[in-house]
Ligand binder design. Structure first.
Ligand code: ATP
Length: 339
C-alpha cells in the first residue's frame, strides 16, 4: 500500500522561492519513484505577502498549514516574527531540533561532529513582551517549569536513541538565578529518570567556546530559546555553514521543518543558494511522518535522501558557499539522480 501525505510548502522571501523549487522537485521525485504520495500545497507568507495584503501570514494560509500532515517552510525576511514565531506558538511546536553533522569535503572544523541542539521554542525573550518604562525599555523573560520539563524530556528521549547518550544542559544560571536556575534544576530532575544517559551542565559562554574547541564532545544540547538560536548558527558554521543546517519544530500533534538560515537577501535570485539545509529538513520531515504514522518506508526514504546528499558532497559536487560551483538547481539535480 502506498502512503499519501498533504504537505504545505511555504515558499518565503529572499532565497526562499529558489530553495523551495529544490524542495518541491525532491518531493516530486520521491512521489514519482518511491511510492510515497505527496499532495504539495505551495503557499506564500512573509514580507511580500505583508506588503500586498497587510498580513504576513493570512488566516487562510494558517488554516491550510494547520490542516496539512506537515509543513515545509522556507525562510521569511523581516516579518519572521509574524510567521514562524506565530506558527510555533499557535501550533505549540515546543521543540526546535537542530542537528549539526559533518559531511565530507565541507569547510568544517572537524570531520567527526554529530550533535543536536534541542532548543525550547515557546518561551524566553521570544514571547515579545517588551515595554517602555520612562527612558528605559524592558523585555520579559519567562521560563516555566512545565516548558523546561517537556523540552528536557524531549532531549533525553533523543539522546536515548543515539550512540553517545549524553545531554548537556546549557544555561547561565550564575547570572539569571531565577529563570535559568529553574531551567537547570528542572533538567537535572528529568536527568534522574534517565540513568543510562550522561548529564552535564555548561554555561552558555563556555559552550560557545567548546563548540569551536571540541565540538565532537557534544551529543545532545538542551537549552532555552535565545541561546539555542545563537548556538545553532554557531554549530552550523562548525560543520560548513548555514547552507548545511536543517531544523524541525515539533509539537505533540504537528511538525514544521525549515532551514536554520534566514532569507539571505544578499544572494537571492542568483541561483547560488545552497539548498542542503532545506533538503535535510525534508529528511527530518520524512522521519517524523514515518514515526508518527508507523510508516517505515517514509523513514527509509528519509535515510536514502541523506545518503544521496552525502554521496553528492563526497564527490565534491557543491554550491559556492561550501567551495563549489554548482547552481542551486544543478546541485539539486545531482541529489535527484541518486534517489
Ligand atoms: P536572519 O537574520 O533571519 O537569520 P539573514 O538573511 O540576515 O537572516 P542568514 O540567512 O541567516 O542571515 O545568513 C547569513 C548569511 O549566510 C547570508 O547573508 C548568506 O550570505 C549566507 N547564507 C545563508 N543561507 C545560505 C544558503 N542556504 N546558501 C548560501 N549562503 C547562505
Amino acid at each position: 500500500m502506498s502512503s499519501k501525505y498533504n504537505i504545505s510548502l511555504v515558499t518565503g522571501d529572499g532565497i526562499g522561492p529558489e530553495i523551495s523549487e529544490s524542495a518541491s522537485s525532491i518531493l516530486e521525485t520521491i512521489h514519482d519513484n518511491m511510492s510515497i504520495h505527496f499532495m504539495i500545497k505551495k503557499l506564500e507568507a512573509g514580507d511580500t505577502v505583508l506588503k500586498n495584503t497587510g498580513r504576513a501570514l493570512p488566516d487562510e494560509t494558517f488554516d491550510i498549514i494547520k490542516n496539512s500532515d506537515a509543513c515545509l517552510k522556507a525562510p521569511v525576511g523581516e516579518s519572521a516574527k509574524d510567521v514562524i514565531v506565530y506558527l510555533r506558538r499557535m501550533l505549540d511546536l515546543y521543540a526546535n531540533i537542530r542537528p549539526a553533522k559533518s559531511y565530507p569535503n565541507m569547510p568544517s572544523l572537524r570531520d567527526d561532529v554529530d550533535l543536536v541542539i534541542v532548543r525550547e521554542n515557546t518561551e524566553d525573550l521570544y514571547t515579545g513582551e517588551e515595554f517602555d518604562i520612562g527612558n528605559a525599555s524592558v523585555a520579559m523573560r519567562i521560563i516555566s517549569e512545565k516548558a523546561s520539563k517537556r523540552i528536557a524530556n524531549y532531549a533525553f528521549n533523543i539522546a536515548s536513541q543515539r550512540k553517545m547518550k549524553k545531554v548537556t544542559c546549557v544555561h547561565k544560571s550564575n547570572v539569571m538565578k531565577k529563570t535559568d536556575g529553574l531551567f537547570a534544576s528542572t533538567c537535572a530532575k528529568v536527568a534522574d529518570n534517565f540513568s543510562d544517559i550522561k548529564f552535564e551542565e555548561m554555561y552558555v559562554d563556555a559552550c560557545s567556546m567548546n563548540l569551536i574547541r571540541q565540538p565532537q564532545e557534544f551529543d545532545v544540547i538542551v537549552t532555552t530559546n535565545l541561546f539555542g538560536d545563537i548556538l545553532s548558527d554557531e554549530s552550523a558554521q562548525v560543520v560548513g555553514g548555514l547552507g548545511m543546517a536543517p531544523a524541525a519544530n515539533i509539537g505533540d500533534k504537528f511538525g514544521l521543518f525549515e532551514p536554520v538560515h534566514g532569507a539571505a537577501f544578499d544572494i537571492a535570485g542568483k541561483q547560488i543558494a545552497n539548498p542542503t539545509s532545506f533538503i535535510l529538513s525534508i529528511k527530518m520531515m520524512l522521519e517524523w511522518i514515518g514515526n508518527k504514522h508507523n510508516d517505515q518506508k517514509c523513514i527509509d526514504v528519509g535515510q536514502k535522501l541523506e545518503a544521496a546528499v552525502y554521496d553528492v558532497v563526497k564527490n565534491n559536487i557543491k554550491t559556492k558557499d561550501t567551495g563549489g560551483n554548482k547552481t542551486t538547481m544543478e546541485f539539486t539535480k545531482e541529489i535527484i539522480s541518486r534517489l
